[in-house]
Write a protein that binds this ligand. Sequence first.
Ligand SMILES: Nc1ncnc2c1ncn2[C@@H]1O[C@H](COP(=O)(O)OP(=O)(O)O)[C@@H](O)[C@H]1O
Ligand SMILES: [Mg+2]
Length: 361
Amino acid sequence: MIEFESVTKRFGSFTAVDAVSLHVRQGEFLTLLGPSGCGKTTLLRMLSGFETPDLGAIRIAGEDVTALPPYRRNVNQVFQSYALFPHLNVRDNIAFGLRMQKVPKVEARRRVEEIVEMVALGGFEARMPHQLSGGQRQRVALARALVPGPAVLLLDEPLSALDAKLRRQMQVELKRLQRRLGTTFVFVTHDQEEALTMSDRIAVMRGGRVEQLGTPTEIYHRPVSGFVAEFVGEANLLAAERVGGEQGRDGAALRVRLEGGLELSVPAMAWPGGAARARVSVRPEKLCVSKRPIEGVENLFQAVIAEEIFQGAFDHLVLRTEAGTVLSAVVPNESAVMEALHEGDRVWCGLHADDLVIVAA
Ligand SMILES: Nc1ncnc2c1ncn2[C@@H]1O[C@H](COP(=O)(O)OP(=O)(O)O)[C@@H](O)[C@H]1O
Ligand SMILES: [Mg+2]
């Protein structure tokens, strides 16, 4: 549906988007995820036609749109600020685009009613924007962008003005709506949790480039770099050096020493070929923590609970191994209570070799 081919955008001598090639499938929910300033909005604005690339080409449904103005593209956008017309009620705000397209009145009314139903705004048609909550205004903006039936909808941090609870609710609703309509969504956020929740695929951006493109599961479990591992989810990212080879139960394993001194077995094939050093990423929830030795894990070691932080459903533990390696762990609160895990306790820690992700040093 959408193809970026080596698209570059510079502002003066600064390269905001750097030779990005990215294909988005029809009906896909694709998220551009990355820290502030990495080029997400610029990439989106080139797709909508508000910016022109310096190099490269953009195609939508096979058509080269690189030089087309915004209104000639079958694309619509939802803005962070909603940009509703303050003097128009909900119905007229939503119908605005259809009036511009000169859609016959009866059909326009039918389509507005349909979309009002979908975004759960029934009964609010006559209200003015100032009489709506933030969440309702967001729905109006969404309905207004969707009602002309664009092939592609662009959403630039559309939920960032909402409070945490409403935001989570809207994430689920928006995803459901997208599935139902089958419209291709390109969604921008700097919030990794939001990206993981909503997306079919995520493009993780850094410094104007796409660092990794993959499903939420791939991005989370198989980050290709330390940057992705740390940006998406929590990670213990530790420098590691290879100290020997060994034969594991399930094929070849390598022995590595982490910063601080803890030694672990990692799958040999995960280690960058020939490298003496790399980094190991350990997700805090992959660490098993118990008062008793843990069975069936390739890596078993002892540690002391240096810190215990209550987080409601979970307990966050800071563990220090005998050798001096520090690791964060997250354990379900009930297991922390049942096992009576407390600061100062000596515990056993288990780690499956397969749960270790190796990235370049
Ligand atoms: N019109 C502009 N003129 C100069 N620099 C810009 C302009 N628009 C964006 N930039 C710069 O390009 C970089 C990427 O910006 P942007 O695409 O807005 O990032 P993001 O949306 O990921 O936060 C930033 O460093 C920003 O300051
Ligand atoms: Mg932005």
